[in-house]
Design a binder for this molecule. Structure first.
Ligand SMILES: NC(=O)c1ccc[n+]([C@@H]2O[C@H](COP(=O)([O-])OP(=O)(O)OC[C@H]3O[C@@H](n4cnc5c(N)ncnc54)[C@H](O)[C@@H]3O)[C@@H](O)[C@H]2O)c1
Ligand SMILES: Nc1ncnc2c1ncn2[C@@H]1O[C@H](COP(=O)(O)OP(=O)(O)OP(=O)(O)O)[C@@H](O)[C@H]1O
Length: 289
C-alpha cells in the first residue's frame, strides 16, 4: 500500500481563520495570548462565527465564508474540534493547524506554550503539511465526508443490526452485531482502536472496515486498498444510524444502500517538522520505550 508524502507549503501566511472548542468561553485569555503571537508574526486572525459569539467580543464569519478569506485555518481545542474543522472546511482545500487545548490531543500538534516558536518556523517554511485521506459515504442522494470514521450503527441498543456488504459489487460479508466502523488511517487510533482494529500509519492510502461487537468469532477487521468501493445494505433490522466522525448523525431505513469510497482529494494538516507518529503513539497511548 502506498504512503503519500509531500513538500507542499502554504501559498501565503498572512491570514488565519480561527475556530475554538465549543462551550469554552473560559478560553478567552488563552485565545488573546495566541492572537497576540499571530499578530506579532504579521498574521491576522479572523474568528469563526460561533467561536466569536462564545467569546462575545468579535463578530466572526460563518465557517464557509471564513474559508474564502484566509490562507489557513487554526483549530484551538482538542481532537473533536480539529475533526469538525477539517470535515466542515474540506471543500476549500485549506491546511489546518491544531493548537492543543483539549484533553487527549492525539491529532492536535502544537502546544499552547509552543505557539510563538512554531509561528517563527511557519514564517520561514519550517513545517510540513500532511495529506490525509478522507472517507466519503453516499446514501439517499446525500454525500457525507469523514476525517476519522463513518460508523453504521444499530438504531436501538436492545437489538442487533445485520449489514450485508459488497466490495466492488461482489458480496463478501454479512455483519451481525452492533455495527461496522469504516475508518481512515487517521481514525485508526480512535473508535477502531477501541474495538480491536489495527493501527494504520496515517499517510497510508488505505481504509479499515471493523465490526463492532460481532456475533461471530471469525469476524475480523479488514485493511483495504484505497481504490475500492464498498456497498452496505441494512437487512432485517430496525434501520441504522450513520455517525460521521462521531459528531453528525443520519438515520437510514432497512434496505437502504450505503456506498463508501475514498474522497478524491485529501485533507491537509499542518505539523511541526519534527512530529513523529510513533512518538505520538508512545506519548498519547502510553506505549512506553
Ligand atoms: N468507544 C470509543 O472509543 C468511541 C466511541 C465513539 C466515538 N469514538 C471516536 O470519537 C471520535 C470523535 O472524537 P471527539 O473528540 O469528537 O469525541 P469525544 O469527545 O467523544 O472523544 C473521543 C476520544 O477519542 C479521541 N480521538 C478522536 N479522534 C482521534 C484520533 N484520530 N486518534 C486518536 N484519538 C482520537 C479524542 O481525543 C477523545 O479522547 C469518533 O470519530 C470516533 O472515532 C470512540
Ligand atoms: N462541530 C462540532 N460538532 C459536534 N461536536 C463537536 C464539534 N466540535 C467539537 N465537538 C465536540 O466537543 C467536545 C469537546 O471538544 P474537543 O474534542 O475539541 O476537546 P476535548 O474532548 O477536551 O479534547 P480531546 O478530543 O483532544 O480529548 C467533543 O466531544 C467534540 O466531539
Amino acid at each position: 500500500m502506498k504512503v503519500t508524502k509531500s513538500d507542499e507549503k502554504l501559498k501565503a501566511v498572512k491570514k488565519a481563520g480561527v475556530v475554538l472548542k465549543p462551550n469554552s468561553s473560559d478560553m478567552i485569555d488563552d485565545f488573546l495570548e495566541i492572537k497576540k503571537h499571530f499578530i506579532n508574526h504579521g498574521i491576522d486572525t479572523i474568528l469563526e462565527k460561533n467561536s466569536a459569539k462564545m467569546l462575545g467580543f468579535e463578530k466572526g464569519l460563518p465557517l464557509k465564508e471564513l474559508c474564502k478569506e484566509v490562507d489557513f485555518l487554526v483549530s484551538i481545542g482538542g481532537d473533536g474540534t480539529l475533526l469538525s474543522v477539517v470535515r466542515n472546511s474540506f471543500e476549500f482545500n485549506l491546511p489546518v493547524l491544531g493548537i492543543h487545548m483539549g484533553t487527549l490531543g492525539f491529532l492536535t500538534d502544537v502546544l499552547f506554550e509552543e505557539v510563538d516558536t512554531f509561528l517563527t518556523d511557519l514564517k520561514i517554511g519550517n513545517y510540513k503539511i500532511d495529506n490525509r485521506m478522507m472517507v466519503e459515504c453516499h446514501v439517499d442522494n446525500r454525500c457525507f465526508v469523514a476525517f476519522n470514521d463513518i460508523v453504521i450503527s444499530r438504531r436501538t441498543v436492545s437489538s442487533m443490526i445485520k449489514i450485508k456488504a459488497k466490495i466492488n459489487g461482489i458480496s463478501f460479508n454479512s455483519y451481525h452485531g452492533d455495527g461496522v466502523i469504516i475508518s481512515t488511517p487517521t481514525g485508526s487510533t480512535a473508535y477502531n482502536l477501541s474495538v480491536g482494529g489495527p493501527i494504520v500509519y496515517p499517510l497510508t492510502d488505505a481504509f479499515i472496515i471493523t465490526p463492532v461487537a460481532s456475533h461471530s468469532l471469525t469476524q475480523r477487521a479488514l485493511v483495504m486498498p484505497a481504490d475500492i468501493e464498498i456497498e452496505f445494505k441494512i437487512k432485517d433490522s430496525q434501520g441504522a444510524v450513520l455517525l460521521i466522525d462521531g459528531q453528525d448523525t443520519y438515520e437510514v431505513a432497512d434496505n437502504t444502500v450505503i456506498k463508501v469510497n475514498i474522497a478524491n482529494k485529501k485533507a491537509k494538516l499542518i505539523h511541526r517538522t519534527k512530529r513523529n507518529f510513533f512518538e505520538v503513539l508512545n506519548d498519547k497511548l502510553g506505549w512506553g520505550n
